[in-house]
Ligand binder design. Structure first.
Ligand code: Z5A
Length: 204
């Protein structure tokens, strides 16, 4: 039986990385094999692309092509083989991030992104996407307390508002797999919502 593919999305500082690890622990405690991965990244080639992506200046088309090239390798080398073995794959960001950041944030053509999505992924989409939604100002406060900003994190609040709108648009376009998590509360409050969503599906 094929495994489940769960993706974690949201603006930087929304708390998705904290919860992808918490869900991995929760699943492993129940005896499931979990592959924890991220985008851009997840394979040696894609991790090299990540370094370029996060630190070198480039335009929106280059950004989009780089993340889809990394995604292609990630799917072929890691995600598809893991799902075929029945493992659960938890991925910190996936294609919805490209629509939110390059599409809504940078203003890159949504239709071209849809074409790239089909070309790179075929019919593969996540089974479940947890969207951690929080005000950009709150996310910025959390980020500032946690670490120095990378290239995209230096963008202004208006950019992150557009990114958030991009996630809302993807959520409306894909209601069957998208779940909005209210990420404003404490870590425990947010985790309760995640636990509720994964439990009620009855997959594990
Ligand atoms: N990107 C893109 O443009 N296009 C694409 O297609 C893809 C990505 C795939 C790298 O992402 C960048 O790539 C990202 C989008 C772009 N860019 N930017 N900017 P990343 O996922 O590697 O980096 P990140 O988004 O910056 O992740 P992050 O820093 O790990 O943020 P997070 O996952 O949302 O939050 P966190 O690490 O769980 O928490 C941040 C801090 O807040 C930490 O100290 C926590 O302890 C704290 N926190 C978390 N939740 C709470 C709550 N509920 N209360 C209080 N404090 C909290």
């Amino acid at each position: 039986m094929t495994g489940r593919f769960v993706t974690f999305e949201g603006i930087d500082g929304a708390g998705k990385s904290s919860h992808v690890e918490a869900l991995a622990r929760w699943l492993r405690e129940r005896g499931h094999t979990v592959v924890l991965t991220r985008e851009p990244g997840g394979t040696p080639l894609a991790e090299r692309v990540r370094e370029l992506f996060l630190h070198d200046e480039m335009d929106a088309l280059t950004e989009a092509l780089l993340v889809f090239a990394a995604r292609r390798d990630h799917l072929r080398q890691r995600i598809e083989p893991s799902l075929a073995q029945g493992h659960t794959v938890l991925c910190d960001r996936f294609t919805d991030a490209t629509f939110a950041y390059q599409g809504a944030g940078r203003g890159f053509d949504w239709t071209v992104l849809q074409q790239l999505e089909r070309l790179v992924q075929g019919t593969r989409t996540p089974d479940l996407t947890l969207w951690f939604d929080v005000e950009p100002i709150e996310a910025a406060t959390r980020r500032a307390a946690a670490r120095a900003p990378d290239r995209l994190e230096r963008e202004d609040e208006a950019f992150f508002k557009r990114v958030r709108d991009g996630y809302a648009r993807r959520c409306a376009e894909h209601p069957a797999r998208f779940v909005r998590i209210d990420a404003r509360g404490s870590l425990q409050t947010v985790w309760s919502q995640v636990e509720h969503e994964v439990t009620r599906r009855g997959w594990w």
